[in-house]
Design a protein around this ligand. Structure first.
Ligand SMILES: Cc1ncc(COP(=O)(O)O)c(C=O)c1O
Length: 389
């Protein structure tokens, strides 16, 4: 495969795609350019499709075990891509996905009324996992220092010391800003949580998509103490564009917690794997590093193209550095649209982005733009905005 493959249009309309077929319901228009939902417009790696075809020819789609090859593929991925030898016994799995597992863990680790610290802005499903479960959010807003989002450690100390704070729920990289937390940041945050006896849930689902020049560090890899007092959640979902297959991998260093988690998975009958999810994971982790590298190069090319177009034709937009994820996080307050921003973008410009308010009420003038799409489509979306101004 070469990078031009990603320029090839794939008709997603009519494929029951949430991103393409769901805009009428969510934005009130079926004909907008959809750059919202976090999946890629690219077909997945050919090796994965071949593995599916082989299984389809076999014909039997019965209940599916997690094989030694599957476990080796997960461990090999962590070792090769992130330099971490994950102990096999730390691994746990949640076929329904990361957010399902986050909900199970919140139930196991907290009681209704307990507090969960979360940095904002953050992925809305993480926030609602806390609030819908009757737990209380303690917000720890990120701060922009020299044009870059950073953790506010003084405020974190305040939030961790509130009565009934039991958990810290974070995304690494942060969704939507794309910040990949550095070793120093993770160590400082980890030490503060250890000192207060607060467990960390780190949702690292976007971590494989570090952009050139940036490196992801898994928090539990930093020390045995952090491995015991945290849970890392990840998946092939974002990395290999397999969102429709539902699957998650967890690293739970605390044996008692891991056993409790696995008992819940048995109770819900979610212990076994989704057959196609399992086939995809093993193939992807074993054979598709090259495909991910190409996606990263292509998305990074989109970022550069967008920065240069915005610099020349949309100077009102402020784009934040994209360290990881395929999202561009953009401050649109310079457009001067105020409360009318979303209507302007959808109704006048015909583009659908994820509104910043989904990640925090404080970000109503921001948009999160999904750049995992054809460059031509991205260019068209931003030209439409420039033409409307
Ligand atoms: C930070 C984050 N966590 C979790 C998910 C969803 O994961 P899953 O479908 O495995 O529940 C997403 C999807 O956008 C996400 O951005």
């Amino acid at each position: 495969m070469n990078l031009h493959e990603f320029d090839r249009p794939v008709e997603r309309t009519g494929s029951a795609s949430y991103k393409w077929d769901g805009t009428q319901e969510t934005f009130g228009r079926g004909d907008v350019i959809p750059m919202w939902v976090a999946d890629m417009d690219f077909p997945c790696a050919p090796e994965i499709l071949e593995a599916f075809e082989k299984r389809v020819r076999h014909g039997v789609m019965g209940y599916t075990l997690r094989t030694p090859g599957y476990i080796a593929a997960v461990r090999g991925w962590f070792r090769r891509r992130h330099g971490w030898e994950v102990p096999e016994e730390y691994l746990a799995f949640a076929p329904p996905g990361v957010i399902f597992a986050v909900n199970v863990l919140i139930d196991l680790l907290t009681e209704p009324g307990d507090r969960v610290v979360i940095q904002t802005p953050n992925y809305d499903a993480l926030v609602s996992s806390v609030t819908e479960g009757g737990r209380v959010i303690a917000e720890n807003p990120l701060r922009v220092v020299n044009g870059r989002y950073t953790l506010d450690f003084d405020d974190l100390d305040r939030a961790l010391s509130l009565p009934r704070t039991k958990l810290l729920l974070m995304s690494n990289p942060n969704n939507p800003t794309g910040r990949l937390w550095t070793k120093e940041e993770l160590e400082r945050l980890g030490a503060m949580c250890l000192a207060r006896g607060v467990t960390i849930l780190s949702d690292d689902i976007h971590a494989d998509l570090a952009m050139p020049g940036y490196r992801y560090l898994p928090l539990p890899s930093l020390s045995p103490e952090l491995a015991r007092s945290s849970v890392l959640l990840t998946s092939t979902n974002k990395t290999f564009n397999l969102g429709g297959l539902q699957l998650a991998t967890l690293v739970i260093g605390d044996r008692a917690l891991r056993e409790r988690f696995n008992r819940v998975m048995c109770r819900y009958q979610t212990r076994l794997d989704n057959l196609f999810g399992a086939i995809a994971l093993e193939t992807a982790y074993e054979k598709c590093d090259y495909w991910l590298d190409q996606v990263i190069a292509y998305v990074d090319g989109n970022r550069r193209a967008l920065e240069s177009f915005a610099g020349a034709c949309l100077p009102q937009l402020k784009l934040y550095p994209m360290e990881s994820t395929y999202f561009s996080w953009i401050d649109c307050s310079g457009l001067g649209k105020g409360q009318g921003l979303e209507r302007f973008l959808v109704e006048r410009c015909g583009v659908a982005f994820t509104p910043g308010r989904e990640f925090s009420q404080a970000y109503s003038q921001f948009i999160r733009v999904n750049l995992a799409c054809r460059r031509e489509l991205m260019g068209r979306a931003f030209r439409q905005i420039a033409d409307c101004l």
